[in-house]
Design a protein around this ligand. Structure first.
Ligand code: 5GP
Length: 191
């Protein structure tokens, strides 16, 4: 009997398409965002709220790019729908542990697409009485109304392609890619 084929390495997975943002480009931009936060929050101890799971890689690099006494907490939401399309219904899966009253809160998001997740989270967090609430998103669609959504910090704006890597997944895979690439759903996986 033949041994089962080994799983392909993540780098050679045919669903991993064109690299849109390299490791170096991500690192450079996150350094800039960190400097900006350090200036804007000088003398304050902001609370970074990581939106799980997509933002966890960004959060770790962003937090270390600041020279601030930050605190970290995590919130998780899920949207019903298929793995590459949100349905419009957002549900809180894990809440914060830290009390937001009078805190300077920075919501750290992976990507703002329709803005639905963000609208839901903003409403939920604003109701808890923070001193301030800003949003820092690694990515935003060109089509997203960033002003209307009140997104103050954005790493990169990207077109409509579905992307993976650097925390972003498809069905929980590809989060550990060091870069951001296009997802190729129709790639031929037949050996
Ligand atoms: P929104 O509520 O803004 O439409 O969607 C935001 C969420 O949808 C993101 O936090 C992310 O989880 C998911 N999402 C939107 N676009 C992409 C994408 O291109 N790739 C991945 N992996 N997730 C995405």
């Amino acid at each position: 009997m033949n041994a089962p084929d080994p799983l392909p390495s993540i780098e050679s997975d045919p669903h991993v398409g064109e690299v849109l943002l390299s490791e170096e480009k991500l690192a450079e931009r996150i350094r800039e965002l960190g400097d900006q936060l350090t200036r804007d929050y000088a003398g304050k101890a902001p609370l970074l709220v990581c939106v799980l799971r997509g933002a966890y890689v960004f959060l770790t690099d962003l937090a270390r790019a600041t020279d601030l006494p930050v605190q970290i907490d995590f919130i998780a939401v899920s949207s019903y729908g298929s793995s590459t399309r949100t349905s419009g219904v957002v549900r809180l899966v894990k809440d914060l542990e830290v009390d937001l009253t009078d805190r300077h809160v920075i919501l750290v998001e992976d990507i703002v697409d329709t803005g639905l997740t963000l609208r839901y989270l903003r409403r939920s967090l604003e109701a808890r009485g923070p001193a301030s609430l800003e949003v820092c998103a690694l990515l935003a669609r060109e089509s997203a109304d960033l002003e209307g959504l009140g997104v103050r910090y954005v790493g990169f704006t990207i077109p409509g392609d579905f992307v993976i890597g650097y925390g972003l997944d498809v069905a929980e895979r590809y989060r550990n890619l060091r870069y951001i690439a296009k997802y190729e759903p129709d790639a031929d996986t037949a050996e």
